[in-house]
Design a protein around this ligand. Structure first.
Ligand SMILES: NC(=O)c1ccc[n+]([C@@H]2O[C@H](COP(=O)([O-])OP(=O)(O)OC[C@H]3O[C@@H](n4cnc5c(N)ncnc54)[C@H](O)[C@@H]3O)[C@@H](O)[C@H]2O)c1
Length: 391
């Protein structure tokens, strides 16, 4: 099957590499010829590196390169069986691209969007045949990250998710099924990692360094929240938070913070601008500073962020955003969490999670700390997320 990809930026070029490696002929389209040139140069570099490291033979690299076709003309998509759109995150632009696409591709072609935050139903709604539109959300960098969220819209034909599930497995990916809700699985459940850590900072309960150290040392996360936000970029991270918050009708749990907003205002976007929560221009003020917190305080900081993540994951299960296993796999494969959050809840004990949430709520009387009905009902019935496993 020929695969069409629209947008040859970070995501589109990565997805193209994945599809070509799986043996497909890939047509990569961009409205800017220079973006296509860049994607071509980048692919050659990546292939050279993989060959150097012995991960790929020279012949296989040449085959992968030869499977890429670069174009600015959408007419070249006329034989594609699947088109994946990865252009700018703008609903109106995406809608107009999908409408144009519909007039070109074969009538049985699947039209997928890699959007991180827009409603799949609204993109599908702009098409004459919305039943063939679906979300297919890869993670950055696409060739390395195993997770793909498959997101059928209300209108999507029910045969599409299982077909894409099988295709993604053939591409070496781990597909999970998500409901068409703001942030899908990963971008919704991960919100407290950032927002609760910022709250801790705002309340003066720890510095960036201390909170980062707590989550790495006690929680086992690869990067601390402040390091990670600096790495992602505050413009991107703030925009996702605001988009999930707005799309969820101002749900207090997802409320963005002034602290991050001011970083964006100041142009302190993180690593890419040399300054974010940390200063990357001045080696002395780097985030490698020693954290002086005692272990009891570290534990309290980490536990508050982790219980908020667990509560978010439990709520996503309660509202059927995804299955138990898909929620846990999504967080370990999409954002490298050290373990699944629902499994973590079982390890802590559901009653412990419930009482930690209630303690936060009683302290603040802020609805962001309300305990998920899922945790409460499991606690009341003495049940667990993984009853089949012995802990
Ligand atoms: N970057 C990430 O971490 C990430 C992760 C998952 C999903 N996404 C989503 O993937 C999509 C692309 O993100 P990205 O980071 O690759 O963006 P990017 O800015 O790196 O690339 C977008 C490309 O699309 C091209 N483009 C814009 N409008 C176009 C049009 N009308 N027709 C053809 N080409 C057009 C641009 O020239 C650019 O080369 C977005 O929807 C984003 O939300 C991004």
């Amino acid at each position: 099957m020929q695969i069409g990809i629209i947008g040859s930026g970070a995501m589109g070029s990565g997805i193209a590499q994945v599809a070509a490696t799986a043996g497909h002929q890939v047509i990569l389209l961009d409205s800017r010829p220079e973006a296509l040139d860049q994607a071509g140069i980048q692919l050659l570099k990546i292939m050279d590196r993989l060959v150097e490291k012995g991960r790929l033979s020279k012949e296989d690299a040449e085959v992968i390169i030869s499977k890429h076709v670069y174009t600015t003309e959408m007419n070249t998509f006329r034989d594609c069986g699947l088109v994946i759109e990865a252009i700018v995150e703008d609903l109106d632009v995406k809608k107009s691209v999908f409408r144009q696409l519909e007039g070109i591709v074969p009538k049985e072609a699947i039209l997928a969007t890699n959007t991180s935050s827009l409603s799949i139903a609204s993109i599908a709604g702009s098409c004459l045949h919305p039943e063939r539109v679906i979300g297919l959300h890869f993670f950055n960098p696409a060739p390395l990250m195993k997770l793909v969220e498959i997101i059928p819209a209300l209108q999507t034909d029910s045969s599409l998710p299982p077909r894409l599930h099988e295709l993604m497995i053939n591409w070496g990916k781990y597909p999970v099924l998500a409901k068409d809700t703001p942030g899908f699985i990963v971008n919704r459940i991960a919100r407290p990692f950032y927002s609760e850590s910022i709250r801790l900072l705002e309340e003066g309960l720890g510095t960036e360094n201390e909170i980062d150290a707590a989550l790495k040392e006690v929680g086992g996360f690869r990067m601390g929240p402040f390091e990670l936000m600096d790495f992602i970029g505050h413009d991107v991270n703030y925009a996702v938070t605001e988009s999930v918050w707005t799309a969820c009708y101002h749900e207090p749990r997802y409320q963005p913070s002034f602290t991050q907003r001011r970083l964006v205002d100041a142009g302190w976007l993180g690593k890419k601008t040399g300054r974010g929560f940390y200063n990357y221009k001045d080696a002395n003020s780097s985030n490698s500073e020693f954290s002086s917190l005692d272990s009891e305080k570290q534990r309290r900081l980490a536990e508050r962020v982790i219980v908020m993540l667990i509560n978010e994951a439990a709520d996503a299960l309660y509202y059927k955003v995804a299955s138990r296993d898909d929620i846990d796999q999504a967080m370990t494969l999409g954002v490298n969490y050290p373990k699944g959050l629902l499994r973590w809840a079982d390890e802590w004990g559901i009653a412990t999670c419930e009482s930690r949430m209630d303690r936060l709520y009683n302290n603040y009387h802020d609805p962001r700390y309300r305990c998920s009905p899922m945790l409460r009902s499991l606690a009341q019935n003495g049940e667990r997320f993984y009853p089949e496993e012995n802990i």
